[in-house]
Design a protein around this ligand. Structure first.
Ligand SMILES: Cc1ncc(COP(=O)(O)O)c(C=O)c1O
Length: 367
């Protein structure tokens, strides 16, 4: 029996990638916003229907820069959720801001907007919600709250590339959205990411931020870092974008098979199918709550037969050692998130996962 990994990166054929990178050999232009970079940026702006895309070497630095671009007062409070990857909380803290953890909804694991408003204080400056697993946050309610209190909104949309809400790309909400193009994502540039935004003034700002703060040949305006996407990454993106709709179609079939096997089983809870949302089928989280096996037992049973699953997201970021001394930390403040973190498992999911393998995985879970 073959082992099954939790994920497997999408790749074009070897020949297709070689063909795409051929002109990099002719130009000797490897990085610093070359032709591949420009081409991918334009293709993504068109694909996403957003006025501006800034490409990054990874999603984390894209998120850090998007938050930095808001120029928020140091020590300001940013409301976010702990049911996410370390990157979300770290990006806030590395900007000198204080994360305030809001609980999540039970059905789709996104920020609970009913609890959000109660966390707003005079020090609140922004909201960083997460479209976790590609599930869309309640963008309309978040927009209403942000307007009412004059708050900025940056979406961590790392999981939500190609997701649409009411026909509009997930790239288009808030002040900006960040996508991750990490190897494990639905669309990858090996490592990579981007910020999507509408504010024209940010084009130059983000360009300078990811390039050491260098504004012109002889002017360095601020202390920037280096987060430029290189030409090989962009070439991978150009190739992968061409196959994206096929990849998503295949993922959909895998998800449908999982649902047909696991839906309605007592003690097993699947993520809600969101209304008005076109999914990218990025992840398949399953919550074991009152099931005959605990989450950890299922994890072990799968591991014993060579099947990888992930306790994603466990532990919560508000229980990380590095945030131990933050008064806002502590899982007791986010009971629903903690409940889910102790019970959730994401099952193997990638475009080429055979339906027979999905059956095998389900047989182990149900057995
Ligand atoms: C929710 C979330 N935010 C941010 C990131 C960071 O993205 P990257 O790995 O591209 O730096 C990830 C990465 O997996 C993520 O899952």
């Amino acid at each position: 029996m073959n082992n099954i990994l939790v994920t497997r990166s999408s790749m074009p054929s070897f020949e297709e990638y070689c063909d795409e990178i051929k002109d990099i050999w002719d130009s000797h232009w490897l990085t610093n916003m070359g032709n591949k970079h420009k081409e991918l940026q334009k293709s993504l702006e068109d694909y996403l229907g957003i006025s501006h895309v800034a490409l990054y070497t990874n999603g984390h630095l894209a998120l850090e820069n998007a938050i930095a671009a808001l120029n928020l007062p140091k020590g300001g409070e940013v409301i976010t959720t702990p049911f996410t990857f370390a990157s979300t909380t770290h990006a806030i803290v590395r900007n000198g801001l204080v994360p305030v953890f809001c609980d999540i909804k039970e059905d789709d694991y996104t920020i609970d907007t009913q609890k959000l408003e109660k966390l707003i204080t005079d020090n609140t400056v922004a909201i960083v919600p997460v479209h976790v697993y590609g599930n869309m946050c309640d963008v309309e309610e978040i927009n209403r709250i942000a307007k009412k209190y004059g708050l900025k909104v940056i979406y961590d949309a790392a999981h939500a590339f190609a997701v649409k809400y009411k026909g509009v790309s997930s790239a288009c909400f808030g002040d900006a959205s960040m996508f991750s193009f990490h190897a494990t994502k639905v669309f990858n540039t090996i490592e990579g990411g981007c910020v999507c935004f509408k504010n024209d003034a940010w084009v130059q700002l983000l360009n300078d931020m990811k390039n050491f703060g260098i504004h012109g040949p002889e002017s360095v305006d601020f202390v920037g870092g280096n987060a430029k996407m290189n030409e090989f990454q962009a070439a991978m993106g150009i190739c992968n974008l061409k196959h994206l709709s096929t990849e998503i179609e295949k993922r959909k079939k895998v998800v449908e098979r999982y649902r047909s096997r696991l839906e309605g089983v007592e003690g097993i809870k699947l993520s809600a199918i969101q209304e008005n949302v076109e999914s990218n089928y990025a992840y398949f989280p399953v919550v074991f709550d009152g099931y005959k096996y605990t989450r950890n037992e299922v994890f072990e049973k799968l591991a014993e037969v060579g099947i990888g699953a992930r306790k994603y997201f466990y532990p919560l970021t508000n229980s990380f050692e590095c945030y131990r001394n933050y008064p806002t930390a502590g899982t007791d403040k986010t009971p629903v998130a903690q409940h889910m973190a102790l019970r959730v498992l994401t099952l193997p999911l990638y475009a080429d996962l055979a339906l027979e393998d999905v059956d095998r995985i389900c047989d182990v879970i149900l057995g």
